[in-house]
Every structure is written in C-alpha cells, then in structure tokens.
Design a binder for this molecule. Structure first.
Ligand code: MN
Length: 244
C-alpha cells in the first residue's frame, strides 16, 4: 500500500464509492496481466491499515498470511467456483449470501470466506483508534445484554464454544434487536440456509479459525479473544448498526 494510513482513510469513502474496496468490481469481466479476459468479479481489496498496525494484539505475519494467502485463496476459488453461474457476476456479495442455498459448496465456502474476511478487516483498527459504541448501539447493547461486559462474555463464550473452525457474530435481527450467534466453517448469519433464530445482519464478527491466532496464541483461543477486543473498530460497527 503506497498511501499512508491517514491518507488512505481520508480517501476511504471515495474508494468505496468507486468500488475499489469491498466486494466486486462494477464490470463482470476483467483482463488479467497477460491480457486474457476471464470472469473475475470479486477482488480482495487492501487492508484498511498496515499489516503491523494491530500489533501486539494481532501480529504482522498472521495478518500477512491471513490476508494475502487465506483471504486471497477464498477470492480466487470463488472466482473459479462461479464460472458455472454467470448470474453471480451481477450480484453483490450480500445478495449472494442471501441466496446461497441455490449454489454448491464451492460458492458457499469461498463466497462466505470472502464476505467474512472483508468484514473482519473492516471491524478492526489499531488499538486506541477504534472509537466507542454510539449512543444508539449502546442502548441496544444494554437492552439485549444488560451491559458491555455481558456482551463481551456472551460473545467470547460463543466463540469459545464453536468446535473446530468458524466465527462468532454480533447481529441485528430482523426485529432490530441485537444477538450473539456463531457459525461453522465460512457460513455467516446472512445465509438463507442458516436457522431462522441465528439469522441477521452482522455488525461485528471474529474469526476463530486457528489460522487467525495460532502464531501468537497457539491453542489459547480465549487469550486471543480477550486481546481482540482491543482492536475492535467501533466506528465501523456503529456504521453497520445504523445501516442494518
Ligand atoms: Mn480466516
């Protein structure tokens, strides 16, 4: 990334509007460097901060491998998986999630992997720069959980109880209330095949695949979760809550 973080953030709304960040390019086809055109509607995007910006809570090598290898692989595999489903090139990622039962496991796993990681990078920011929950979000947290500490405990418990690989989420349900849920693998609460009471719009999510924490925390998922709250980007969570 050539822009400084501050400069990058200053241009973030413009970049999002131009489709440079986020989920897909406006056109369904894109030429690769060799000039061959092939369907590649989804792209990985840049991290919204430097790879080492979340240290010491999430180390640089973990961020590098997680973004450039794991997330990149989901995007590449998604672009390959949708070759048989040309209509997906015209869908945005949220619409794809909400219709995921129409497609095969390659689209489900890699589409979920792309959506989940794209959200994950955005809901984190360097420690001390993430702001605070807005008044509206805080009211909703109080109504659903009683207080912030109980939200954290409930969320960490869901993340710890997820056997194997998956995610824990804070979601807005269709009735506007907040809830904590967890999904296996690369599923997420937007997917139409998720049980009704676990569905909603994610406003915060944490990756509890071992690749998200193993280099620094090894098997200590609970230690990772405890530290992870230090890098939550409440400014982004507030925005997601307001738009949900
Ligand atoms: Mn991951």
């Amino acid at each position: 990334m050539t822009l400084s973080r501050r400069s990058f953030l200053a241009h973030l709304p413009l970049a999002i509007a131009a489709g440079l960040i986020g989920s897909r390019l406006p056109s369904g086809l894109r030429a690769n460097e060799g000039g061959r055109s092939y369907p590649q509607p989804f792209s990985i995007g840049e991290l919204p901060y430097e790879q080492n910006a979340l240290e010491p809570f999430i180390d640089q090598l973990t961020m590098k491998i997680h973004h450039q290898r794991h997330h990149a692989a989901y995007v590449n595999n998604l672009n390959r998986a949708i070759e048989r489903f040309p209509e997906i090139a015209e869908m945005d990622l949220v619409a794809l999630m909400k219709n995921i039962s129409a497609y095969d496991s390659g689209v489900r796993n890699n589409g979920g992997g792309h959506y989940n990681h794209d959200l994950f990078w955005q809901v984190m920011s360097p420690a001390g720069e993430g702001g605070e929950p807005s008044g509206e979000l805080m009211d909703a947290i109080d109504r659903a959980f009683g207080d912030m500490e109980t939200l954290r405990e409930t969320f960490n418990q869901a993340a710890l109880a997820r056997f194997g690989s998956g995610w824990a989420w804070l979601i807005v349900r269709p009735d506007g209330t907040l809830a904590v849920t967890s999904t296996p693998n690369q599923d997420n609460p937007l997917m139409d095949l998720i049980p009704e009471d676990e569905k909603g719009t994610p406003v915060l999510g944490v990756d509890v695949w071992e690749h998200a924490y193993y280099l620094s925390y090894q098997n200590r998922r609970g230690d990772y979760l405890k530290q992870w709250w230090r890098v939550v980007n409440w400014t982004d969570v507030n925005r997601r809550f307001a738009e949900a």
